[in-house]
Design a protein. Structure first.
Length: 483
């Protein structure tokens, strides 16, 4: 029987593992291989937190493989060179991997396939980016028609989810692995344990059980102070759970729902999963969005790009508590609530007039779930520069957002502890406290907590003027070229 390599990338799981299943069906022995690629680990926006999360996941996967008579081979270097080397050492006749859609991944896989027998099976999304397109074959650039077309495609049945194999035969060879050389910090955050079992547990807790939390998703998903989301994004990012299994789980929840709100909530979460695939599709068809705005008429915005204000935003000291809470949550955990992501992004782009690419890069440097497609899509949506983006005149008021989605200030007090004793009626605008109240609660504005770096009302008017002017200039330029 032949030997095959199972090349693991962003699919660190054994359940519903289509690439591994294909390898087991075609070969007698399988070599699970992960290549630490310097092009990714040494990239400009590589995240130390994300690399620790990945290394923890690799160690966990190695343990799961050993329970099944196998083990993980870890090598560092150029994927094409490492794969050729391991294929020669093991006598592997085929390489199986889950497809990936980012511009770099597609170039990498094309280079490997040029000289090695690479077979791509499945992918990080339910539907391939080329599968959900218009009748004329062009890609959708607006979410709602994309979502309808996505839902019209065949959806997986619960019995289609592949169980984790009980045994994975490994060749009787002494293949060198660097898995034991991973240097993990002892204080690595455990808020998101990096293993498949945790991903399965979170999906079950959210979408299954007697009263799954997904049934309250519509009401709770935007509340910063409540546990209303699945918090599965790091696990989807690294494929510790498959998109297929997540879609099946929410479909089952929809069927089980007996009330309209519960069904609507399940459908809303499914729509969020589709947003993830929509952004993958946009990046697949329009890779230039990683360098520039999707909308040509908003590519020359005269950003202020004040370095000191950007630093205040990065460090969570803007003087707007809801913004600072979000940024400090990110710094501490490598994750941020999605509503907070929209709030802090709007503040950076629309209040401070800082180029959205600065924020996009900062997020990629810190997010455990940092994914080029979703991160870019989210930032361009907020900036109003992307496909199907929020209108440029949508500018979040950070005070009103905080009052609406963290009404008692619990989220703020958790991440901005210097404001712990500030009363609820002032927690979202502490600069309005009298000096007497500041003394009573032990926080002097300007000393213990900063004054706002900008007046929101003024900033809103300034941004509207800048965007409107840029759109006018773009229209005039187009008319000039036509003339």
């Amino acid at each position: 029987m032949q030997t095959a390599i199972w090349w693991i990338r962003r699919d660190l799981r054994l359940t519903d593992q289509t690439a591994l299943t294909a390898a087991l069906q075609e070969a007698g022995d399988v070599v699970p291989l992960f290549v630490i690629d310097p092009a990714l680990t040494e990239a400009k926006n590589a995240s130390p937190k994300r690399q620790v999360f990945l290394q923890q996941a690799l160690q966990s996967l190695d343990g799961e493989l050993r329970q099944r008579g196998s083990r993980l081979i870890l090598r560092r270097g150029s994927p094409a060179e490492v794969l050729a080397q391991v294929a020669a050492e093991s006598g592997a006749a085929a390489i199986y991997a889950e497809a990936d859609y980012s511009p770099y991944a597609r170039r990498r896989d094309a280079a490997v396939a040029h000289s090695l027998p690479l077979k791509l099976v499945g992918g990080p999304s339910l539907h391939h980016p080329e599968a959900v397109v218009k009748a004329d074959g062009t890609p959708y650039t607006v979410y709602t028609p994309y979502m309808r077309a996505w839902k019209s495609q065949p959806l997986p049945r619960p019995d289609s989810i592949l169980p984790a194999p009980s045994r994975i035969p490994f060749p009787a060879l002494e293949l060198v692995s660097e898995i034991g050389e991973l240097n993990l910090p002892t204080d690595a955050a455990q808020i998101f344990p990096a293993n498949e079992a945790e991903a399965q547990h979170r999906l079950m807790a959210f979408a299954e059980g007697a009263t799954p939390r997904v049934f309250q998703y519509v009401d709770l998903r935007n509340r910063l102070d409540l546990n209303g989301t699945s918090q599965l994004s790091p696990y989807l990012r690294f494929g510790m759970i498959s998109a297929r299994q997540a879609v099946v789980a929410v479909q089952v929840a929809e069927v089980r729902a007996t009330e309209g709100l519960a069904r609507k909530s399940a459908e809303t979460w499914l729509n969020e999963l589709i947003w993830r695939e929509f952004y993958m599709t946009i990046l697949y068809h329009f890779p230039d969005v990683l360098q520039q705005s999707f909308r040509a008429d908003l590519r020359q915005i005269p950003w202020r790009n004040d370095v000191q204000e950007f630093a205040a935003w990065c460090e969570g000291r803007t003087g707007y508590p809801i913004v600072d809470a979000g940024m400090r949550q990110l710094a501490h955990t490598g994750w941020m609530h999605n509503r907070a992501r929209m709030i802090v992004a709007s503040f950076l782009v629309k209040d401070l007039l800082v180029d959205w690419r600065w924020g996009e890069g900062f997020f990629m440097e810190h997010l455990l779930d940092g994914d080029p497609a979703a991160n870019n899509g989210g930032w361009q949506w907020t900036a109003g520069t992307g496909t199907d983006a929020a209108p440029y005149f949508r500018i979040f008021n950070p005070v009103l957002q905080g009052e609406k989605f963290d009404p008692a200030g619990e989220y703020i007090r958790q991440w901005v502890p210097e404001l712990t004793n500030v009363p609820d009626e002032r927690i979202h605008k502490p600069w309005e406290m009298t000096e007497l109240l500041q003394a009573e609660v032990g926080v002097k504005i300007g000393r213990d907590y900063p004054q706002p770096v900008v007046d929101h009302g003024m900033a809103r008017r300034r941004t509207l003027d800048v965007y409107q002017m840029e759109k006018m200039v773009a229209v005039q330029n187009r008319r000039g070229r036509r003339g």
